[in-house]
Design a protein around this ligand. Structure first.
Ligand code: CP3
Length: 353
């Protein structure tokens, strides 16, 4: 493909335009967890797929559930169907998803236990994910961008150390405080695995990458810099070297006033805003640095009607002066009526700022 064709192809995609800082007449929209249990057709595929991990590692079914929301809604991007915990799984840590309980991992609590993990089979283990992307590439409409993703090292490490989600990530926080050098070895391993994983995602067709740092809240400043900013910066720099021009969206959920420092310290192309970020503050302190994404309360989407319309319009109005990607402040929850998603997508795609 010639360079001019490539430009043409990219310029069809509203999400890529915003990430390249071009002006668009309305923001692109995609939704975190746009594939998932709120869709009856997802629940149907999920039932027949075996475990959740088996679904993630089945390219045909993973591509199918990635496409399901795009068949219903006029979204501007597809996000690869996978999970942030495929990295620990690929490193050799036992991961399972228990019905109604979420993920459960065999905990790692010391540097010695890291010896059991290895980078050797990352690519081989994750090959089905790359095949999912490869399938998607040819099936997406021209205007739809394909997003790949990974968890950020800190968030992935909180699961690897704690064995499950926790309100305060205490296991990882305590290890990091007690033995920073040992914990650094774990972070380094996850950084290396993530760089391999994301590079292959791009080679397989991902055009944009998102790093989910779901547990970036409430960190003391020095810890935030060491465990959130520094590893993210390493990943952004490594991808920038091997795959220049592929934008990375960072989502440091709950980071609040640390967000501007996160953008400057990591070099991400855009940043996800959780529901707690005040919009006026973000317009003044975040949007001048890079495009912003998100902020809509997933529970407004459950409520629907006027509550949803009011919130969605307020977000569109707030961010219309700069780079903006419409999204939620966290993922769609299972009790969300699909009709409300349709209403939201209609509202955003017909909005004329
Ligand atoms: O549509 C998409 O957004 C793409 C797929 C995707 C999933 N998980 C599918 C999934 C993405 C991008 C993720 C990211 C993810 N996974 C994060 C970061 C975002 C966030 O939510 O904070 C985290 C922390 C995980 C780890 C994880 N996976 C948890 C805590 C859970 C259990 C909670 C739950 O919602 O069940 C999962 C399971 C999971 N990942 C499901 C889906 C669709 C539901 C599992 C099922 O179908 O049974």
């Amino acid at each position: 493909m010639s360079a001019s064709q490539q430009t043409l192809e990219r310029s069809n995609k509203r999400l890529l335009k915003v990430l390249e800082k071009s002006v668009v007449e309305r923001p692109p929209i995609w939704l975190m967890r746009q594939a998932g249990r709120y869709l009856p057709e997802y629940r149907e595929v999920r039932k027949g797929a075996g475990s959740f991990l088996e679904l993630c590692y089945n390219p045909k079914l993973a591509a199918e559930v990635t496409l399901q929301p795009l068949r219903r809604f006029n979204l501007d991007a597809a996000i690869l169907f996978a999970d942030i915990l495929l990295i620990p799984d690929a490193l050799g840590q036992k991961v399972s998803f228990q019905e109604g309980e979420g993920p459960v991992l065999e905990c790692i609590s010391s540097e010695a236990e890291l010896a059991a993990l290895s980078l050797d089979n990352i690519s081989g283990h994750l090959a089905p994910v790359f095949e999912t992307l490869d399938r998607l590439k040819s099936e997406l409409p021209d205007h739809v961008a394909l997003i790949g993703f990974a968890g950020s090292p800190w968030t992935v490490a909180t699961y690897m150390v704690g064995g499950r989600g926790s309100p305060d990530q205490r296991a990882a926080r305590i290890w990091a405080a007690r033995d920073p050098a040992g914990f650094q070895s774990l972070i380094n391993l996850v950084v290396d695995a993530t760089v391999i994983y994301l590079r292959e995602q791009v080679d397989a067709g991902a055009e944009v990458l998102q790093l989910f740092d779901s547990w970036a809240a409430n960190m003391p400043t020095a810890e935030f810099e060491r465990w959130v900013i520094a590893p993210t910066k390493q990943i952004v720099a490594a991808l920038g070297k091997s795959h220049p021009g592929v934008p990375i969206i960072g989502f440091p959920r709950g980071a609040g006033p640390a967000i501007p420092g996160y953008i400057q310290g990591t070099g991400v192309a855009a940043v996800g805003l959780d529901t707690g970020v005040p919009r006026d503050w973000a317009v003044e302190h975040v949007q001048p640095l890079c495009p912003v994404q998100g902020n809509l309360d997933p529970f407004a989407l459950v409520a629907g009607g006027e509550a949803l319309e009011r919130e969605a319009r307020a977000i569109l109005e707030s961010f219309k002066g700069g780079g903006h990607i419409f999204n939620l402040g966290h993922g769609i929850v299972p009790e969300t009526p699909p009709e409300h998603v349709a209403d939201l997508v209609d509202l955003v795609t017909s909005w004329q700022g």
